[in-house]
Design a binder for this molecule. Structure first.
Ligand code: SAH
Length: 468
């Protein structure tokens, strides 16, 4: 038997899930999730995790609760880890209790992992504190879903002095306001509507209770009624988002740098490297030539696989640039040659100058640039690996970063880049490919991730000056 974790995903923003919740999503075998959960959180899951969407929208129950319970029980009877991921907190209008009952009935082990509820977080993120000393001393969280039925005691609710937070009330709040005022609540009570809180579509509207019927509300929305709805403790929080493309190694290094600087990072075009190595007679050559980090990694993985002791590696080694140099240095090996300008052309020319008659083995990608061959002599080439597209999604970020022509072509074959997105590219070849396809980019000469981050910071500085 497996185990079920009922995990709260938080209010929307993919960074507002708990550390425990994220770790469970990353490791689970089955992920059963709702609407209103950010794609980025779903992407934390493993590639081979079974993902089941059971989302429903109000009035349109796409999957009935009994059906969800049945799926949950069935999946838990396999023997993996099942994560049941719910928006906000599972026990705040999440029907988490019903799912727990179904699990208990079937003797299935389960565990609760709380989430940050939208009821508190969404007002907070737009600067509304639900309690404030001397102003609001109590919080009431109410569903607007049952407004037509007489489940809620509006007469008592109308007497509340603190804050009332309505969930699922986008369509019923005008009616609810009428009832509250009929029972004596002041029509001048401050009211705030927050739609799609903590996401890029977040929108705040402030009004008075008596005017709420004039506001058109698009769900999901939180409606705050009470004196603190007037408050605006919104901290200035403009975060820049960056879409990244490329192979896993490149994405991971860039992502780590960007996250450290508090950028929001989204992977929009993932390329996969497939090793083609069989048997390389590399010891016959004077030089090994690497034109990228992936080549280094794949070659040394291969050495490990065949049980080759690195101390026996006698070849001299040339690399195209700093990034490749560093990748090699990770194995404790320092390249013998690196050109001053990091292009395949310069690498070819330079090697020709210092080692024209020595034999060279070029270890590179199947679809790499051919420029090196215009200059180099006395070489053999091995296509170490090929690169293919794994996953492409539409970029909606402030920036998009391309590290190779293949990335550019893979992305542009599927989607356009909006005018509002700035493009950062590494190297002349990548820039040219973009130009050929009708885009202009900010071009980084070096290929290190630090350079990319610097380019974004530089562009942001310019943007700030222009805004002034
Ligand atoms: N368990 C969830 C609530 C589920 S009910 C939680 O704890 O947050 C769904 C309701 O939550 C929506 O109708 C809306 O009122 C509210 N909601 C959820 N996410 C929201 C968001 N990002 N912005 C505004 N309201 C949200």
């Amino acid at each position: 038997m497996g185990k079920v974790y009922l995990v709260g995903a938080g209010p929307g923003d993919s960074e507002l899930i708990s550390v425990r919740g994220k770790r469970l999503v990353e490791s689970c075998d089955v992920l059963i999730y709702d609407r209103l959960i950010s794609d980025d959180i779903i992407e934390y899951a493993r590639q081979d995790c079974e993902k089941i969407y059971v989302g429903k929208s109000m009035g349109n129950h796409s999957v009935k609760q009994e059906e969800i319970n049945r799926i949950l029980v069935e999946k838990a009877k396999g023997n993996g880890i099942v994560v049941r991921l719910k928006g906000g907190d599972p026990f705040v209008f999440g029907r988490g209790g019903e799912e727990v009952l179904a699990l208990i009935e079937n003797n299935i082990e389960f565990e609760m992992v709380p989430g940050i509820t939208s009821a508190v977080a969404v007002p907070e993120i737009v600067g509304i504190p639900l309690t404030h000393r001397g102003v609001s001393q109590d919080i009431h969280i109410v569903t607007g879903h049952t407004a037509e039925k007489d489940i809620i005691d509006y007469a008592s609710l109308a007497k509340v002095k603190g804050t009332i937070v309505f969930l699922m009330a986008a369509n019923t709040i005008a009616d609810i306001a009428q009832r509250l005022m009929k029972h004596g609540m002041d029509g001048k009570t401050p009211t705030a509507v927050i739609e799609s809180g903590t996401t890029e579509n977040e929108r705040v509207t402030k009004t008075l209770l008596e005017n709420i019927n004039a506001v058109s509300i698009k769900p999901p929305a939180i409606i705050v009624v009470g004196p603190t709805a007037l408050y605006d403790f919104k901290s200035y929080r403009k975060r820049i988002s960056v879409a990244i493309t490329g192979t896993e190694d490149f994405r991971n290094r860039l992502k780590a740098r960007l996250i450290k600087k508090d950028y929001i990072v989204k992977e929009v075009c993932c390329l996969k490297t497939n090793s083609n190595i069989t048997d390389i007679k590399f010891d016959r050559y004077d030089w090994l030539v690497f034109t990228g980090r992936n080549g280094v990694r794949i070659f040394f993985d291969h050495l490990k696989e065949i049980g080759f002791d690195i101390r026996n590696l006698k070849n001299k080694i040339a690399v195209i640039g700093e990034g490749t140099y560093d990748a090699l240095a990770e194995y404790g090996i320092y390249a013998d040659y690196m050109p001053d300008i990091y292009t395949s052309e310069e690498l070819g020319k330079g090697l020709n100058e210092i080692a024209e008659n020595e034999s060279k083995l070029i270890l590179r990608a199947e679809n790499g640039s051919d420029k090196i061959y215009n200059f180099i002599k006395n070489y053999k080439e091995i296509k170490l690996y090929s690169v293919e597209a794994e996953r492409v999604s539409k970029c909606r970020e402030n920036y998009i970063v391309f590290g190779s022509s293949l990335g550019v072509n893979t992305y542009l074959d599927k989607y356009e880049i909006d005018d509002s997105t700035k493009i950062i590219a590494i190297g002349d070849v990548t820039c040219n490919t973009l130009r050929k396809r009708g885009y202009s980019a900010y071009c980084c000469k070096k290929s290190t991730v630090e350079d990319i981050v610097e380019a974004i910071e530089y562009n942001e500085e310019i943007q700030k000056t222009e805004d002034k």
